[in-house]
Design a protein. Structure first.
Length: 681
């Protein structure tokens, strides 16, 4: 039994995050109280200033916990920090940051009272989860036009399920997108891509996709292909298909300003770009230099921009990734002029430290400047809205443009799409990757922690850049991270230009990489079934122990293990030079230790704390009581595993059943009951 109440404040902008139209409740704000008062704050000179406060308050008990908030820094339990929903291109995901690329305003408070709260608000939203005062949640929007949904049910999992029903079914990618993918910013041409494929195939490491980063384009122009680098692109796409490789090109948000470039000219002529205060196309600069931003919040512009994906689909492409759609702005023309003037004014022959700092700040302040976001406009259903008010919807709009176009162009076929920036609601149209992480051990752990929070907000198809995007990876970090990546729906190794080459075959333990990635393919019957069931039933794929064992005080505190689907628990190693790790078993489980799909050892363990040795060439997971894990022999690519014999791992005392989900991996007749087979032990 669950109950959802909608409290509407002011005149909320229709974000289309939710798919149910609930009546508006009158009066209060559910569990929250609106506090409007003035606080006196004294500065270091004991000067007192008055600060206007206007926020939604919830008082927490000592032991209350907070879960959710999707893509974010810090723990699975989000208590004790101040988060800000403000989609930002910031490649340093440190715990002192407040925002990443997404805005996912859903959380669950669990403790003396247990409820879910979703703030459907597309502008900047401050979510103080016990920062100002350890026992208070304070939520501050920039203006008071928002929908607050309060969700109650008997358990956290049921609250999440009710919320997921409210926001609609999660995106389902084609099955090949569960295969392993290789990416790198810096692959220049056909030759580079062929070398990657050869590197994998020659070494017998499974691979299903190679990603094309911005260099495939002609001058970073969306929907173009550089003809010198790819002289016959459709033929090359076909050549790769013969090798069972899908090429996945990147699309950036900004459209290059260039005479003769069709997308630019059409967009201007038909009025599809965001406008400035004076009604002229807003000019920002990103990779191509000066760009206009398609107004993806306008239905017509969205349809137009989405239609452009066809240009690449006609050349054989079946998947895309949408980047820079916060939108990231390196600088705006207007602000650059202003900053240049200010720099001139401080320039002198003997610049002191303060001048130098001021200079640095001016330059650093050029990118993603809040003033720029205040200076352009969208047309939403005929109403002009400042970008600033709907900033967090841009990535959603861009990916929706693609998703709606795919639905029209290929109604029967799944197309891969995932985005960097997102808002709840976008989960219906595509997945996300976790953006520009670093080759840091702590980012392996952050990858794990974001999975359940994202699932709560509807994002199931997700994963991080395995090995880390920025910085130089070490071989052991890549091995450990790949061992986690085996379990994430998006399993992609990606790295930044200028960093150490990070393809698995660049390292010494090629045999180990072959086996590890083989395990991914071997476990696919389980991983795919669990993904599909989670999507079709509005459930989480990755579940914190606290949700599944609510009466277990130890389980509640676990921040580095997760349940994955109904049968298993994962506990990856995330520290360097570790020989293993501590694991907590909330109930008896069967430990499964794999070196490959042919070398499987198992051991039954009772409830309790353990130190589990896990070598660099091993994957360990745990099967829950009375559960089954179907698996098969790995192949070199997805289609290669289909026909192989199905086997079962289990921890079943008498008999049990498992629902195996199988389909052709492309079609959309998800509900067809023939996709589910019951396998029994
Ligand atoms: O400013 O396209 O997050 O995955 O490799 C960097 C180049 C732009 C950011 C993406 C990253 C991608 C990179 N892009």
């Amino acid at each position: 039994m669950s109950r959802i109440q909608r409290f509407s404040i002011g005149n909320p902008i229709n974000t289309e995050a939710v798919v149910q139209n609930l009546p508006k409740e009158k009066g209060d704000f559910g569990y929250f109280t609106r506090i409007q008062d003035v606080e006196l704050k004294s500065d270091e000179n004991s000067q007192e200033t008055m600060i206007q406060k206007d926020y939604l308050l919830y008082r927490m008990d000592e032991k209350d916990r907070i879960y959710g908030l999707g893509e974010n820094v810090r723990g699975i339990n989000k208590r004790g920090w101040i988060y800000e929903s403000n989609c930002t291109d910031d490649p340093y995901h440190m715990e002192t940051k407040h925002s990443l690329y997404g805005a996912h305003n859903f959380f669950v408070v669990s403790g003396k009272e247990t409820f879910g709260a979703f703030l459907d608000y597309p502008g900047k939203l401050v979510l103080d989860m016990g920062y100002e005062r350890m026992d208070e949640i304070r939520i501050t929007p920039e203006d008071w036009n928002l929908d607050l949904y309060i969700i109650e049910a008997d358990s956290i999992l049921e609250i999440v399920k009710a919320f997921r029903q409210l926001i609609g079914r999660s995106y389902i990618p084609p099955k090949w997108a569960f295969g392993f993918g290789q990416s790198r910013w810096g692959y220049q041409n056909e030759g580079d891509i062929r070398a990657v494929v050869k590197g994998y195939r020659d070494n017998g490491i499974p691979l299903d996709s190679v990603y094309l980063d911005i260099d495939y384009m002609e001058g970073f122009k969306d929907f173009t292909v550089n003809e010198e680098r790819f002289p016959d692109f459709p033929k090359f796409v076909e050549e790769m298909k013969q090798e069972h490789i899908h090429l996945v090109p990147i699309i950036d948000a900004g459209v290059k300003i260039e005479e003769g470039y069709e997308v630019y000219e059409e967009g201007v002529k038909q009025g599809h770009f965001c406008k400035d205060q004076a009604g002229k196309e807003f000019v920002g600069a990103v990779w191509p230099g000066k760009v206009h931003f398609p107004d993806v919040l306008d239905k017509k512009a969205r349809k137009w921009f989405g239609g452009k994906y066809k240009v690449l689909m006609d050349q054989g492409i079946e998947g895309f990734w949408n980047d820079m759609n916060e939108p990231a702005i390196f600088y705006s023309q207007k602000n650059l002029e202003k900053v240049m003037k200010e720099i001139k004014s401080i320039k002198n022959d003997n610049m002191d430290m303060w001048d130098v700092f001021a200079f640095k700040d001016l330059v650093n302040g050029l990118a993603n400047n809040p003033e720029d976001y205040k200076s352009f406009y969208h047309n939403m259903d005929g109403t002009r809205i400042c970008h600033d008010k709907v900033h967090n919807l841009y990535g959603f709009g861009m990916t929706r443009a693609a998703g709606e176009a795919f639905e029209e162009l290929e109604p029967e076929k799944r197309i891969l799409i995932f985005s960097r920036s997102s808002y709840i609601g976008m989960h219906r149209y595509g997945g996300i990757w976790m953006g520009d992480n670093q080759s840091w051990w702590q980012h392996l752990l952050l990858n794990l922690k974001m999975l359940p929070s994202l699932n709560m907000c509807g994002f199931l198809y997700t994963g991080a850049d395995l090995g880390g995007f920025g910085g130089d990876v070490t071989e052991d970090l890549l091995l450990r991270w790949t061992a986690l990546g085996i379990f994430t729906p998006l399993m992609r190794n990606h790295s930044a230009l200028g960093t150490r080459e990070q393809e698995c075959y660049q390292f010494t333990r090629i045999e180990t990489f072959r086996r590890l990635i083989g395990i991914r393919y071997g476990l696919m019957p389980y991983l795919y079934s669990e993904y599909m069931k989670a999507a079709l039933r509005d459930e989480m794929l990755f579940v914190p122990l606290a949700f599944a064992y609510p009466d277990d005080e130890h389980a509640k505190a676990v921040e580095d293990q997760l349940l994955l689907g109904e049968s298993i628990m994962i506990a990856p190693v995330y520290t360097q030079n570790a020989l293993g790790r501590y694991v907590y078993l909330p109930e008896p489980m069967k430990l499964v230790r794999l070196k490959s799909m042919d070398q499987i050892e198992t051991e039954v363990l009772g409830q309790g704390h353990y130190y589990i040795e896990i070598a660099l060439d091993e994957v360990v997971f745990f099967i829950r009581p009375e559960k089954i894990v179907p698996y098969t022999q790995p192949g070199q690519y997805m289609g290669d595993c289909q026909e192989k014999e199905l086997k079962l791992l289990d921890f079943v005392s008498k008999t049990a059943e498992y629902e195996l989900y199988q389909d052709d991996g492309y079609g959309k007749d998800y509900g067809n009951s023939s996709h589910i087979t019951k396998v029994c032990v």
